[in-house]
Write a protein that binds this ligand. Structure first.
Ligand code: PAF
Length: 282
């Protein structure tokens, strides 16, 4: 399995595969890979002949107060995991390769509506950074199919919309969230939790489960459910950022007769911000 650092080399290698009629899959990541990422690679393997996993810690999606410089850089370990997972190629460009003129000069992709609210409200500029780099990766790799985790629910909605709106010829696959046995969603950020914080982390999943059970039974007082969930998380030592019951398709606050509902949660445990979501249809 090769690791490629430049666009020139990537294009040369991929054009060889294309000439052989191979279907190309892309799994965009920021590295520090865990089982959740490997499940994306597995999905891509089922949908494509050649799987390119990109590893790029995208400076454009980090806010001024977010710790870009301390983001874990674990290329050797990532290479070993991807090799074992049957990945075909790693594309690990430098920031200079992706943003040769610097961030300030970079054309940006702005996705209205679905980028707003939730994480978009808490992390200004984040989804512009994600939408821009994902569009660039689509243009660099020109994949037939790309796989993203459903754990980043709003991100997936942003990517689906930009792909539609910009007529990018790529199929987007959303892969189900991988969880530990106690319900905690796999995330690079779990590595920041202390043992004490990790012990209470399942409260997010349990709280979402309690809400979706109530929703399945017909509850429509969403504000009450959100308030109760906020109180439960606070009692468990979290600092909730938001708990929103939304229409899964529009990402707007849910209405009483909506059938596709998603509970979106973002909450701090100490300095670590965890996000998760659970969807139901009723
Ligand atoms: O989900 C992530 O890891 C990142 O937001 C992504 C999609 C790789 C873009 O940098």
């Amino acid at each position: 399995m090769r690791t490629i650092h430049t666009l020139k080399e990537l294009r040369a290698v991929l054009s060889g595969y294309r000439e052989q009629g191979k279907r190309i899959g892309l799994v965009p990541t920021m590295g520090n890979l865990h089982e959740g990422h490997l499940s994306l690679v597995e999905q891509a393997r089922q949908a494509a002949d050649v799987v390119v996993t990109s590893i790029f810690i995208n400076p454009m999606q980090f806010g001024a107060n977010e710790d870009l410089h301390n983001y874990p850089r674990t290329l050797q370990d990532d290479q070993d995991r991807l090799q074992a997972a049957g990945n075909s190629l790693i594309f690990a460009p430098s920031p200079e390769e992706v943003y040769p003129e610097g961030l300030a000069q970079q054309t940006q992709v702005i996705v209205p509506e679905v980028s707003e609210g939730h994480c978009g409200a808490s992390r200004p500029g984040h989804f512009e950074g994600v939408a821009t780099v994902v569009t660039m990766l689509f243009n660099m790799v020109q994949p037939d199919v790309a796989v993203f985790g459903e754990k980043d629910f709003q991100q997936l909605a942003v990517i689906r919309k930009l792909t539609r709106d910009l007529f990018i010829p790529v199929e987007i696959i959303g892969a189900p969230t991988v969880r530990d046995e106690d319900g905690v969603a796999k995330s690079s950020r779990n590595g920041y939790l202390t043992a004490q914080e990790r012990a209470v982390a399942p409260a997010i999943f349990n709280t979402m489960k309690a809400i979706t059970t109530a929703l399945t039974q017909g509850a429509t007082d969403y504000k009450k459910l959100e308030d109760q969930a906020r109180a439960v998380l606070s009692d468990n030592g979290f600092r909730p950022d938001y708990i929103n019951i939304i229409n899964s398709l529009t990402l707007k606050p849910a209405k009483a007769d909506d059938q596709h509902l998603t509970v979106l949660v973002a909450a701090f445990l100490g300095t670590t911000r965890l996000i998760d979501n659970l969807s139901i249809k009723r």
